[in-house]
Structure formats: structure tokens, C-alpha cells
Design a protein around this ligand. Structure first.
Ligand SMILES: Cc1cc2nc3c(=O)[nH]c(=O)nc-3n(C[C@H](O)[C@H](O)[C@H](O)COP(=O)(O)OP(=O)(O)OC[C@H]3O[C@@H](n4cnc5c(N)ncnc54)[C@H](O)[C@@H]3O)c2cc1C
Length: 386
């Protein structure tokens, strides 16, 4: 077992760290307050070549693997969880194309995202299909050389400001292969951003309802040229689960550093808070939790980089996602507690971290769904302890 990072991992982590400190840290509070998409973050990521980390080199990506993406996300999420999501949003709407698309589709649909020329969004969730993905109602009907897509998607991260979307829709192919993925520019007639959500956290990345009203796309917009079935969204989500955990790890690290610095300065009962064992133990517990989660996340990234994100190993990605995201909620809460009354105030970043952390237990498979996957692995003996 080798825990050392490669030179490439270190370079990417250090680039992300620089952007985090120079661009993101000074702006994070303002981005949360205004809920305006931080184009300056995006441009800084583009300049630092951080937008195609997991994407193929042939089309302009770095092909540096999920470990590199996880490390970069951890760095930026220390200051702003929205920034972590922005990095994830180059891979989430493109991994389906990377896994199932033709070489021509990879060039046309992944290339511009990898090079930071356009922004993309991943459209799976619907009003009647969240955890229950199989209940998708969006339909695609063949009409000559075209497909006509009709349906509605909700809570789509980056959807309101995307240039390109990947949308999952059912076709009339026999189940379970009927599910297909289509990629289209958001300028296509019939595509509409119907509303933008007012949400609790992660306000830098807008989410919203997207409507597809008889949207016509050519046949070569269908990823792989035929329906890919449920394995399309499942492989995509599995391949990125650990990086949702990385957003949690980074957030928890940022919250812990902030609380520690405050505790060094704040005096009570004749000395700094750091002299109080109650505070020391909180900080120690936060570190224990972060270290455990970080190892699970890095292990998950390593599994994905070995191509091990199918049914035999998927539960370990769920373990990493569930533990790291729930850990970030506990740590953000304890960090607030260390600041006392100040922790509750908007003058400090901790109430923002706390609101942002709450998103992580819901997106890309809720904590409950991760537990159903882990329990199934135990019952089916993919996860064996004896
Ligand atoms: C801020 C934000 C950003 C998002 N971004 C995107 C995006 O970019 N693209 C996208 O496609 N989607 C996105 N989503 C959607 C997200 O993935 C779903 O919200 C999530 O999968 C849960 O679906 P749901 O909201 O319909 O909840 P439901 O599926 O209705 O679940 C409600 C509750 O029931 C529980 N539950 C449901 N089924 C089971 C079960 N079988 N066993 C145990 N418990 C269960 C859930 O865990 C949850 O607690 C986003 C959501 C949010 C809030």
C-alpha cells in the first residue's frame, strides 16, 4: 500500500490551492450573499487547467484521474463548497459521453467543456423521479433522423447558466434498455429555464427547473447512437461519488482551521479557548473525523482510477460519499459551537459552511440511498467481513 501522491497529483493539488487562496477565499462570502455565479472562479480554473482533470487528453482534458479531481476539489472547498461543485461540473455532465460516446461525440461534446469554452449541466432528476430514477417521465420519440424530447428536469446544478446539457429520456426501445442520453446546446428551440431555485446553500452555482418542449435533436446527439439504459446514469454517478465526499472533506478542513484560529485568540476564564479541554477534544474529534473521511475518499478515488466502480466495488464509493458528507455536517456544526455566539453570525464563514454541508447529504444519491447500496452489498456478499 502506497499513500504517496504522484507528481501529477501534487501539481494539480497545488494549482487548485493557489486558485483557492488567491481567487476564492476573498470572494466566497460575497458569492454566497449575492448568489451570483462566480465567473471569476471559472476563468481562474480555466487558466489553471483545472476544468478537464478527468477528461480525455485527445479532446483537451488532462486525463489525470479522479484522485487528482478529488484533491483539487478538497482544496477549493476549504473556502467555498460552490467552487468544489464547479470543478465537479466539468466531469458530471461529460462522464456519460466519456464512457459511452463515440469518438466524434467525445470531441464535439467533451472537448469544449474540457477546454473551458462552455459550461455544461447533468439533467437526470425530475419532479417524479429523484431517488427513484427508473421512474423518469421525460420521453424521446424518433422522427426520421431526429429525436423529439419532451419533459421536465428539476434541481439541475448549473442548469440555468449552462451552454450544453446532457438529458436522460426514455425511448420506445424495450425496457430496461429504453433509457437514452442526449446532448444538446441550450440554444435549441424548445429548451427553457423555467425557474431558478431559492436555496439554503451552495448559492454560487444556480440550480433550477429546465423544460424540454418538443426539443428536436439529430440522431447523432444520442450518446453512443443507441439507448444505454440505466448503466448510463449509474456509471456516471458512481464514478464521481468520492468527489462529492471530497467537497465534504475540504469544507470540514476549512471549518476546522477557522475554528482553531478563533480558539487561539478568544479568551475565557483567563486564557485562550485552546487551553480548555472541552475545546481541545472537539478539535481532536474533528481531526479524527476528517482523517477517516479523507482516507475513504482517497480510496474511493483510487478504486475509480482502477476502473473499479461497478457493482462489485460500488458500495465502497457509497461508504466514502455517505461518511464524508455526513462528517462535514458534524464538523461544521462543532466549528460553530467553538465560536459560541460568533459562530451563528454571518461575519464568519461557518454558518455558510453549515448551510453548504447540508446539500452534500442529498445530491448525487441521498445518504439513505447510499445505505441501501451498502446494505445490498452486505446481503449479496460483495462486502464480506468474515
Ligand atoms: C442543490 C441540489 C442540486 C442538485 N443538482 C442536481 C443535478 O445537477 N442534476 C440532477 O439530475 N439532480 C440534481 N439534484 C437532485 C438530487 O440528486 C435529488 O434531490 C436526490 O437524488 C433526491 O431525490 P428527491 O429530491 O426527488 O428526493 P426523494 O427521492 O423524493 O427522496 C425523499 C426522501 O426519501 C428517501 N428515500 C427515497 N427513496 C428511498 C429508498 N428507496 N430507501 C430509503 N430512503 C429513500 C430519500 O433519501 C429522501 O430522504 C440536486 C438536488 C439539490 C438539492
Amino acid at each position: 500500500m502506497d499513500f504517496a501522491l504522484s507528481e501529477e497529483h501534487t501539481l494539480i493539488r497545488d494549482s487548485a490551492r493557489r486558485v483557492a487562496r488567491e481567487v476564492i477565499a476573498p470572494r466566497a462570502a460575497e458569492v454566497d450573499r449575492t448568489a451570483e455565479y462566480p465567473e471569476d472562479y471559472f476563468q481562474a480554473f480555466k487558466r489553471a487547467d483545472l476544468l478537464g482533470i478527468t477528461l480525455p487528453r485527445e479532446v483537451g482534458g488532462a486525463d489525470a484521474g479522479l484522485m487528482s479531481l478529488g484533491l483539487a476539489i478538497e482544496e477549493v472547498a476549504k473556502f467555498d463548497c460552490s467552487a468544489g461543485l464547479m470543478l465537479l461540473l466539468s466531469s458530471l455532465p461529460t462522464h456519460t459521453i466519456k464512457f459511452f460516446g463515440t469518438p466524434d461525440q467525445q470531441e464535439r461534446f467533451i472537448g469544449p467543456v474540457a477546454r473551458g469554452e462552455i459550461k455544461a449541466a447533468f439533467c437526470l432528476t425530475e419532479p417524479d423521479a429523484g431517488s427513484d430514477v427508473a421512474n423518469l417521465q421525460t420521453r424521446a420519440e424518433r422522427d426520421g433522423d431526429e429525436w423529439v424530447i419532451t419533459g421536465q428536469k428539476q434541481y439541475i446544478s448549473g442548469g440555468p447558466n449552462a451552454d450544453q446539457v446532457i438529458v436522460f429520456a426514455k425511448t420506445d426501445y424495450p425496457d430496461p434498455r429504453s433509457l437514452a442520453a442526449f446532448v444538446l446546446p441550450t440554444t435549441t428551440p424548445g429548451f427553457e429555464v423555467t425557474s431558478i431555485d431559492r436555496k439554503m446553500g451552495v448559492r454560487g452555482v444556480p440550480t433550477g427547473v429546465l423544460t424540454f418542449d418538443r426539443v428536436r435533436v439529430p440522431h447523432d446527439a444520442m450518446v453512443g447512437g443507441e439507448p444505454i439504459g440505466m448503466k448510463g446514469p449509474l456509471a456516471t454517478l458512481n464514478s464521481l461519488r468520492p468527489t462529492v465526499g471530497a467537497r465534504g472533506v475540504g469544507l470540514a478542513e476549512g471549518a476546522t482551521e477557522y475554528a482553531l484560529n478563533y480558539a487561539r485568540e478568544r479568551r475565557a476564564f483567563g486564557g485562550p479557548l485552546t487551553d480548555l479541554q472541552a475545546i481541545q477534544f472537539k478539535l481532536a474529534n474533528m481531526a479524527i473525523e476528517i482523517e477517516a473521511a479523507r482516507l475513504l475518499v482517497l480510496q474511493g478515488c483510487w478504486l475509480v482510477d482502477q476502473g473499479r466502480f461497478g457493482p462489485a466495488d460500488g458500495h465502497m464509493l457509497s461508504v466514502a460519499k455517505a461518511f464524508a458528507t455526513e462528517m462535514s455536517n458534524r464538523v461544521a456544526s462543532e466549528a460553530i459551537q467553538i465560536l459560541g455566539g460568533q459562530g451563528y453570525m454571518e461575519d464568519h464563514p461557518l454558518e455558510r459552511h453549515y448551510r453548504d454541508a447540508r446539500q452534500l447529504m442529498i445530491v448525487e444519491g441521498t445518504s439513505e440511498i447510499q445505505r441501501t447500496i451498502i446494505a445490498r452489498a452486505l446481503i449479496d456478499r460483495h462486502l464480506v467481513y468474515a
